[in-house]
Design a protein around this ligand. Structure first.
Ligand SMILES: Cc1cc2nc3c(=O)[nH]c(=O)nc-3n(C[C@H](O)[C@H](O)[C@H](O)COP(=O)(O)O)c2cc1C
Length: 333
C-alpha cells in the first residue's frame, strides 16, 4: 500500500469528513469512506481522559487500517498533557493528529480548551510546539475565527500554527460566540489561503455538491471538510466527485439504495459498537435514510422497543416493502 504523505493528500483536492462528537465513530467513518471521503476525522477526545486510559476515550481513538488516511483529534489546554496524550494517540498509528482550537461547547471552552484558547495565543503556540515536538506523526489544527466578533484573530492564530510546525489548517469561519448561528463567512477562508503556506481545509455550511464546488472556486482552498451534511446525506462525497468529474451527479432518492445503506450502517454499528448500544445509537440516523417516506413515525415507535439486530433488520425491510408497494401502486399507466 502507498505510504501516506500530506503532499499526496492535498494533491487530490481532498474532501474530508469533519470531526463530530457523537457521530464520527467507526460505523459512520466506514460508510462515508465507501462513498468516497478522502480523509476521516475521529470525534475529539479529551487529552486528560486519554492519559487516564478512560475506556470510552480509548474506544474513540481506535481506528482501522481500511479507514486510512485518518486523523485522530484531541483537545486540552495543557501543553504537557496534550503532548503526553499525543504520544499515546501515536501508538494507535493515525496518519494525522489533529488539535482542536475551535469547539465552542461549554463542556470544552468553559474549561479553557477548544475555542477558549483563541484568547491566549501564546498558549496556543506552546501547545502546538509541545505536540509537534513530541510525535513523528504530522500534526494539524482546526480552528474558528476567534472568540467573538470583537476579537477575530484568525490571521495571527494561523501564523502561530505555521511557525509551530503545524502541517495543515482547517478553518470553520465562525467565531466562538456565533456557535452555529448565521452563515460561516467564506471570505476569511479565501483571505487566509493567500496568507499561509501550509495547506488549508475550508469548512462550514457545505449543504450540497454545488456548495462544495463553490467553496473550492470562491476560496481557492486546498481541500474541503463536511460535517452536518455528511450525517444527513452520507452519499455527498460520491456526489461531489461526480459533479467535479462529470458536471452532474446521481440523485440518490432510490429507496432500495437507501435501505441497503441503512442496513449496512446498522450492521457496522452492531459489529463495532455492540448490539444493544449500536441499535440504540443507530436510531438517530433513520430520519435521514428514510426522509419523507410513509409510516416512518410508526416504524420509529416500533423499533424503539427492539434491541435485537434481526428484529430491527426485519422492521427496516418491512418499512421498505410497504413504501415500495405504495410507490408502485401510485405509478400511473
Ligand atoms: C454534533 C457536532 C459535533 C461536533 N464535534 C466536533 C468535534 O468533535 N471536533 C471539532 O473540531 N468540531 C466538531 N464539530 C464542528 C464540525 O467539525 C464542523 O466544523 C462544523 O459542523 C461546521 O461544518 P458543517 O457546516 O459542514 O457542519 C461538531 C459539530 C457538530 C454539529
Amino acid at each position: 500500500m502507498d505510504s501516506f504523505s500530506i503532499e499526496k493528500l492535498f494533491s487530490q483536492k481532498p474532501v474530508a469528513l469533519a470531526p463530530m462528537d457523537g457521530y464520527t465513530n467507526i460505523p459512520l467513518r466506514l460508510i462515508v469512506k465507501e462513498t468516497g471521503a478522502d480523509l476521516l476525522f475521529t470525534e475529539f477526545v479529551n487529552s486528560d481522559a486519554i492519559i487516564h486510559s478512560s475506556s470510552k476515550s480509548l474506544q474513540k481513538i481506535r481506528i482501522l487500517k481500511r479507514e486510512r488516511p485518518v486523523a485522530i483529534q484531541i483537545f486540552g489546554k495543557s501543553p504537557e498533557k496534550m503532548s503526553e496524550a499525543a504520544k499515546i494517540v501515536e501508538q494507535f498509528d493515525p496518519d494525522i493528529i489533529d488539535l482542536n482550537f475551535g469547539c465552542p461547547a461549554p463542556k470544552v471552552a468553559g474549561h479553557g480548551s477548544g475555542s477558549a484558547l483563541l484568547r491566549d495565543l501564546p498558549l496556543v503556540s506552546k501547545i502546538c510546539e509541545a505536540v509537534v515536538g513530541s510525535v513523528r506523526t504530522p500534526v494539524s489544527a482546526k480552528t474558528r475565527l476567534g472568540w467573538d466578533e470583537n476579537s477575530v484573530n484568525i490571521f495571527q492564530t494561523a501564523k502561530i500554527f505555521e511557525e509551530s510546525g503545524i502541517s495543515f489548517i482547517t478553518l470553520h469561519p465562525r467565531t466562538r460566540s456565533q456557535k452555529f448561528s448565521g452563515r460561516s463567512d467564506w471570505s476569511y477562508i479565501q483571505e487566509l489561503k493567500t496568507r499561509v503556506s501550509v495547506p488549508l481545509f475550508g469548512n462550514g455550511d457545505i449543504c450540497s455538491p454545488e456548495d462544495a464546488v463553490k467553496m473550492f472556486k470562491e476560496t481557492g482552498c486546498d481541500g474541503i471538510m463536511i460535517g452536518r451534511e455528511a450525517v444527513k446525506n452520507p452519499w455527498i462525497f460520491m456526489q461531489i466527485k461526480q459533479l467535479i468529474e462529470k458536471g452532474s451527479y446521481s440523485d440518490l432518492t432510490d429507496l432500495d439504495i437507501r435501505k441497503k445503506m441503512c442496513l449496512r450502517h446498522l450492521d457496522l454499528y452492531v459489529e463495532y459498537i455492540g448490539e444493544k448500544k449500536g441499535i440504540l445509537e443507530m436510531r438517530k440516523y433513520y430520519q435521514n435514510y428514510f426522509k419523507g417516506i410513509n409510516n416512518l413515525k410508526t416504524f420509529r415507535q416500533k423499533i424503539f422497543k427492539m434491541d435485537e439486530l434481526e428484529d430491527v433488520r426485519s422492521a427496516i425491510n418491512n418499512l421498505y416493502d410497504e413504501n415500495y408497494k405504495t410507490m408502485t401502486n401510485q405509478k400511473g399507466p
